[in-house]
Design a binder for this molecule. Structure first.
Ligand SMILES: Nc1ncnc2c1ncn2[C@@H]1O[C@H](COP(=O)(O)OP(=O)(O)O)[C@@H](O)[C@H]1O
Ligand SMILES: [Mg+2]
Length: 265
């Protein structure tokens, strides 16, 4: 065993990546009973780079889901600002961007193959090519053998893998994930982290993932953004590339984890 390093190993210089989202003075307010409103996001700015995994952390209720929905065009902010996606303000959802929720939302009456293939029903291309893509995606998430099973015959991890496959089989430009693994136990969750990284390595899909697990954010993300306050602001924005952040026992990993946890508490 080598002696512990006095300083954290230097992270490699981040690869420059073009922005895919520019959150530009986004304000989202919800009406409340009695004529008042709750505005978790006010005049909020954030740039998200293409082809990387950005993880969002923050205390419950701080506006993470609202922000993620705005990135998907599912929630549209006040017209004083908004979300610029590839140069245009988003005003509605686009097939380019898909979102995965904590609950898998699989169709119970369709098999895994049926569920994953469902996303392809409107896709262009030859049926044979689409079928090949479907089978490849089932293999990528390790569900080739279980493709004939129905959701109730699957474990929680398998269901979430099917949901990821269904989202990715259409080859979206962006995958938004809202606490996708929080219903899974820690072992399964760590396997899902490795799977998500493997899928990213293969597809280079831009991903934005909300999580409440600091470990998950660091280990999966190329960048971790910590939100807090009301309305939400960015408390910390750190690159988490580099080998140190893939190893949850690395001193640099633990130091960052501690720093983020103290911010959120
Ligand atoms: N559709 C909605 N209608 C009314 N209030 C909402 C709605 N969605 C979210 N909120 C409120 O906005 C705030 C932020 O919610 P949310 O984005 O879900 O936070 P987080 O995902 O960080 O826990 C909370 O106070 C929540 O109650
Ligand atoms: Mg949420």
């Amino acid at each position: 065993m080598s002696a512990p390093l006095a300083t954290a190993p230097a992270a490699p210089a981040p690869v420059p990546a073009p922005p895919i989202f520019k959150v530009d003075r986004l304000t989202v307010a919800f009406p409340e009973r009695g004529g008042t409103e709750v505005a978790p996001i006010v005049d909020f700015d954030l740039v998200v780079e293409a082809g990387r995994i950005t993880c969002l952390l923050g205390p419950s209720g701080c506006g993470k889901t609202t922000l993620l929905k705005a990135l998907g065009g599912f929630v549209v902010g006040r017209d004083t600002g908004g979300v610029v996606y590839r140069g245009r303000y988003l005003t509605e959802p686009t097939p380019d961007i898909v979102m995965i929720f904590q609950e898998h939302n699989l169709f119970p009456w369709l098999s895994v193959r049926g569920n994953v293939g469902f996303g392809l029903r409107h896709s262009p291309g030859e049926p044979a090519a689409r079928r090949a893509r479907l089978e490849r995606m089932l293999g990528t998430v390790g569900l080739a053998e279980a493709a004939g099973r129905y959701p109730h015959q699957l474990s929680g991890g398998m269901r979430q893998r099917a949901a990821i496959a269904r989202a990715l089989v259409t080859e979206p430009k962006v995958l938004l994930l809202d606490e996708p693994f929080s219903a899974l136990d820690v072992t399964l969750r760590r396997r899902m982290h490795a799977l998500l990284r493997a899928v990213w390595t293969e597809t280079r899909t831009t991903m934005v993932m909300v999580t409440h697990s600091v470990e998950e954010a660091i280990v999966v993300g190329h960048r971790v953004v910590v939100l807090g306050g009301r309305p939400a602001s960015v408390l910390l924005d750190v690159p988490t590339e580099g080998a140190a952040y893939r190893d949850r026992y690395d001193p640099a990993f633990l130091e960052l984890q501690k720093r983020i946890e103290s911010l959120i508490e």
